[in-house]
Design a protein around this ligand. Structure first.
Ligand code: NAP
Length: 288
């Protein structure tokens, strides 16, 4: 089966015992995690499979219970489950508790432990892509009120960049962040009407909105982008550049999509499930 559902899970044990890992999302069709994780499993000689499971928000709790019952090794969460997943595990890794979102679950003998590898995955991807010292740049996060954006903002704030400009379409969704990060003069909050100024005041633009995923592109003026900007789009497509990456490249601006973050967060997740070594090269090749 290409994409599994919660209803199909009960029969798994007898029909597909090697299916022990997966990614839960809604939508989940776009996920390249199976390609990458199955390459890693093969490279380590582990007899398991990693699959996509379509789970709507109303069935997330049921999915966790089924996977625990079936003895799954672990799973990943993609949108929109990263915040809801927090309350469905037995224990939170301190980083996940701090970032207030989980993207990785480890089933440790029936005890579910929640981790967040997105923050470290983003840091590794930005550093690899742009060879920059993140403490010395002005970073703008678009979509800081969403699940990935919120966790990224919290994570980047801890790195203490020169400036951190947090932007969200719905300002009210950054209220939590405002309360948590208040008092640091380097961190400021903006809405999309102020994007032009945000671009002027930032060196690195990180898109954490799901706008690209929906096939759309944010409504901004091309001239806001300058040659010394760097663009990181957390969104990734199954084929080719995302609209945002294509747009930046047309302007001659270095830009990468979310595959690099997917790679690094996935490598950290694999390490939680199976320890080291993590076959990063096999995962990287699988994403090409
Ligand atoms: P989410 O919780 O649903 O958040 C969506 C965010 O996008 C919100 O901030 C929302 O703003 C904003 N948004 C949606 N449509 C918009 C539009 N037309 N204009 C402006 N803002 C818009 O989703 P998520 O879990 O944070 O994921 C966000 C994206 O990051 C997804 O594409 C996901 O695939 C990607 N991601 C990639 C990786 C990776 O490893 N590469 C990891 C994590 C996430 P409002 O608050 O105003 O609604």
């Amino acid at each position: 089966m290409d994409i599994w559902t919660v209803d199909a899970l009960p029969s798994l044990g007898s029909t597909k015992p090697e299916f022990q890992l997966g990614v839960l999302g809604d939508p989940v069709e776009h996920s390249l995690s199976p390609r990458m994780q199955n390459a890693a499993l093969a490279a380590r000689g582990l007899p398991y499979r990693y699959e996509r499971v379509h789970v709507s928000p109303s069935r997330l709790e049921e999915a966790f219970a089924r996977l625990r019952e079936l003895g799954f090794i672990g799973w990943n969460l993609t949108l929109p489950h990263k915040i809801a997943g927090l309350s469905l595990v037995d224990r939170l890794d301190p980083e996940a508790a701090d970032l207030e979102a989980i993207n990785t679950v480890l089933n440790h003998g029936g005890e579910l432990i929640g981790f967040n590898t997105d923050g470290r995955g983003l840091q590794a991807a930005l550093t690899e892509a742009f060879k920059i010292d993140l403490t010395k740049v002005r970073i703008a996060v678009l979509g800081a009120g969403g699940g990935a954006g919120h966790a990224s903002a919290r994570f980047l704030a801890r790195l203490r960049p020169e400036r951190l400009l947090l932007v969200n379409r719905t300002l009210a969704k950054m209220e939590n962040l405002k309360n948590q990060l208040a008092g640091d003069p380097r961190i400021t909050f903006w809405d999309f009407d102020q994007l032009e100024r945000v671009f002027r005041e930032a060196d690195l633009i990180v898109n954490a909105t799901s706008a690209g995923l929906a096939g759309g592109i944010l409504d901004w003026e091309p001239d806001w982008l300058q040659a010394d900007h760097r663009v990181f789009d957390m969104v990734y497509g199954r084929e080719g550049d995302t609209p945002m990456v294509a747009w930046a490249k047309r302007k001659g601006v270095p830009a990468v999509d979310g595959r690099l973050m997917l790679l690094h967060q996935g490598a950290f997740a694999f390490e939680h499930w199976f320890g080291r070594p993590v076959p990063v090269q096999a995962m990287r090749d699988a994403l090409r």
